[in-house]
Design a protein around this ligand. Structure first.
Ligand code: FES
Ligand code: FES
Length: 160
């Protein structure tokens, strides 16, 4: 099957099996291995990506369902200079990264939330990352990092 879609702002035109999951299409065909394969059944969130701006588990979606649409993976999240963006920097500063396996999905869950709600409560942040499991950090630092980024983006919005 021919696939035509936009991944991280780049047009992709390629052939892959019609029944391939979006997760395996990204990892195996496009070599975007920042998207992690955890449970493969929709329970851990390690495979989270944005599909037309919405957070989805790429293990549960056929790549065919993303055809003609826009996908953002963790490789598409960065500062203008290619380094960590403000949210990724906050994860580092708040000690929200330990083994790192959950982090691509957590960052995308955070971006999805902040794109729709620039002033989330801690409860809303917890709800937004409820589908993303972290076995290391206890979540507190992750919530801190997302909340700090929300505040910074609000301040920046007021200045701009
Ligand atoms: S690998 Fe997709 S939810 Fe766990
Ligand atoms: S940092 Fe290890 S699973 Fe989250």
């Amino acid at each position: 099957m021919i696939f035509d879609l936009i991944v991280n702002e780049e047009p992709i035109h390629t052939e892959a099996p019609a029944d391939i999951s979006l997760l395996h299409f990204l990892r195996d065909h496009l070599k975007l291995t920042g998207t992690k394969e955890g449970c493969n059944v929709g329970e851990c969130g390690a495979c989270s990506v944005l599909l037309d701006g919405k957070l989805v588990n790429s293990c549960l979606i056929l790549a065919a369902q993303a055809n003609g649409r826009r996908v953002v993976t963790i490789e598409g999240i960065h500062a203008e200079d290619g380094g960590p963006n403000d949210l990724q920097q906050a994860f580092i500063e708040y000690g929200a990264v330990q083994c790192g396996f959950c982090i691509p999905g957590m960052v995308l869950a955070g971006e999805a939330l902040l794109n729709s709600n620039i002033n989330p409560t801690r409860a809303e942040i917890r709800e937004a990352i409820a589908g993303n499991l972290c076995r290391c950090t206890g979540y507190q630092q992750i919530v801190d990092a997302i909340q700090a980024t929300a505040l910074k983006r609000q301040e920046k919005g007021r200045r701009d």
